[in-house]
Design a protein. Structure first.
Length: 203
């Protein structure tokens, strides 16, 4: 059964994804499902004003090269080939959010050049922030692991070696042996904890 226009309209309305059609030759949005406008926080009139040269006007300056690379891939793409892009888009309040898009050339002119580009776009800011937070946690764990292995484990190993040497050479009196044994037990427990921390970090 072929879906009718009413069903497709309702599907677009309930979706959290922006559906967009872009005139590649005029550099202008010719259709938007409205979600892009809501995600970016613009009024309809302001969004319509931005529709001309849309990408150049809302994409973060540092991500412009990514945009040009994506457009170049689209120009040379094969039929039905999807090109992905992740970039920062400016909201109406001046802040930037991360948008993930999937684009394909839906129509070409007689020369084979892109005429219309179809895009679906989704706000993935929360996912990017989570990724960055996880990366920071991993870097922290790596730092702890390094310090644990080099700054803590090394002196503990030296102390263990000295205690073993004292025991081998019988360099301590009998009445101090109890103190030595207590120290040895404490150091061995600390060494076990250090190994356990390293094992956990490597998981």
């Amino acid at each position: 059964m072929k879906p009718d226009g009413k069903f497709l309209k309702s599907l677009i309305e309930v979706s959290h994804i922006e559906f967009q059609s872009y005139d590649f030759q005029r550099h202008q949005i010719i259709f938007s499902s409205g979600m892009g406008q809501r995600i970016l926080g613009y009024s309809k009139s302001d969004y319509d004003k931005l529709s001309r040269n849309f990408y150049e006007r809302v994409i973060h300056p540092d991500d412009i090269p990514v945009m040009h690379e994506t457009l170049n891939k689209l120009i040379h793409s094969s039929a039905h080939e999807v090109v992905e892009m992740t970039a920062r888009y400016r909201r109406s309040d001046g802040n930037y959010i991360w948008i993930y898009t999937r684009k394909l050339v839906s129509e070409r002119n007689e020369k084979g050049e892109p005429r219309t580009i179809t895009t679906v776009a989704e706000d993935i800011t929360a996912m990017i922030l989570l990724r960055d937070e996880l990366r920071e946690k991993v870097e922290l764990l790596e730092s702890i692991s390094y310090k644990n292995s080099h700054l803590v484990r090394s002196p503990v190993a030296s102390i263990i070696g000295l205690i073993n040497l004292i025991e081998e050479k019988d360099m301590i009196s009998v009445h101090n042996m109890e103190i030595l044994n207590y120290l040895k037990d404490a150091i061995e427990k600390l060494d076990a904890v250090i190994h356990e921390i390293n094992d956990i970090i490597r998981l």
